[in-house]
Design a protein. Structure first.
Length: 285
């Protein structure tokens, strides 16, 4: 069984529509794929409707959090998408992305870059708008050669000249909300240092004590040494270990199924979920 528990579609900052994504997941030989767009579940219905035979969809979202001034991402799986408290928080974060993206456009204008909100809005479409969309605009304008090159201190990296913070949830509150909605919580790429500051590992113990289910260990932003260390942390704290591609279509270099999750861990995630259950392809819904 090949299981990829972290992907993005055009519902946030990926470049494949949810339907394209599930088709590509099946073509890549995956048995299970999770759709985890930033702060939204909007892509799920389309993914379910297009789900190919033999592929199972795990519904999820990647929630933007901040602990002691450090941004971090919490993957939430199989929660009830209608549960009001978690829904309200997702909407708060997602809606705040719009004025925040506009503020980044204003900062870029001050830096002499002729980017417009209309351009960024066109790139984002109806997806929850984020820095990768602004970065794509910078590529279109020839300011930087690739999306990745926009994530520097000169431009959009955390603390960079054109970076603006967005509303982000306290991760302990996120855990309460995810649990309250029947979901399972996994700390995404906890040691992805190239993205900026990461939360200290001591905080992982506090999160574990507060109900965190697992940590994403096998991820492109973790080198071999980091993975080995994180596996040790997980073992010590009794946390599940996941692996996933964090696929974003053509906006990132990773491919679907590049990293995968052990079937036993996937089984445990489904056992712990009370809000919703994985959707099997063809006729399951
Ligand atoms: P935002 O949620 O708008 O703050 O944007 C964060 C998103 O930007 C992440 O989910 C990644 O998709 C992307 N990102 C963050 N750091 C980098 C980086 N160094 N290179 C490329 N993309 C990045
Ligand atoms: Fe992203
Ligand atoms: Fe992330
Ligand atoms: Zn992600």
């Amino acid at each position: 069984m090949r299981i990829d528990l972290h992907t993005h579609s055009t519902a946030s900052d990926g470049t494949d529509t949810p339907a394209q994504l599930v088709r590509k997941a099946a073509a890549a030989g995956l048995d299970v794929v999770a759709l985890t767009d930033h702060d939204t579940t909007r892509g799920h219905a389309e993914a379910v409707a297009a789900l190919p035979e033999g592929l199972t969809l795990v519904t999820g979202a990647e929630l933007s959090c901040r602990l002691d001034g450090v941004s971090m991402h919490m993957l939430a799986y199989l929660f009830d998408p209608e549960e009001p408290a978690l829904l309200a928080e997702r909407e708060l974060v997602r809606d705040d992305r719009v004025p925040r993206a506009r503020a980044m456009v204003a900062k870029l204008n001050e830096l002499g870059v002729p980017v417009t909100w209309e351009q960024v809005a066109r790139i984002a479409g109806d997806g929850s708008v984020g820095r990768p969309h602004v970065a794509t605009a910078l590529v279109e304008l020839g300011v930087v050669p690739t999306v990745n090159d926009a994530f520097t201190q000169d431009w959009l990296a955390d603390g960079g000249r054109a970076h603006v913070e967005k509303h982000e949830t306290d991760p302990f509150e996120a855990l309460r909300l995810i649990k309250g909605a029947g979901g399972v919580a996994v700390f995404a790429h906890p040691a992805a240092a190239k993205r900026g500051r990461t939360v200290p590992e001591a905080a992982v113990a506090d999160l574990a004590a507060a109900g965190l289910d697992g940590i994403e260990v096998d991820h492109m932003d973790h080198d071999a040494e980091t993975r080995a260390r994180l596996r040790g942390t997980a073992k010590e704290l009794g946390l599940l270990v996941t692996g996933s591609s964090d696929y974003h279509g053509s906006r990132k270099t990773c491919v679907l199924g590049e990293y995968t999750t052990d079937p036993e861990v996937y089984g445990e995630i489904t056992r712990r979920a009370f809000g919703a259950f994985p959707v099997p392809g063809a006729g399951g819904v």
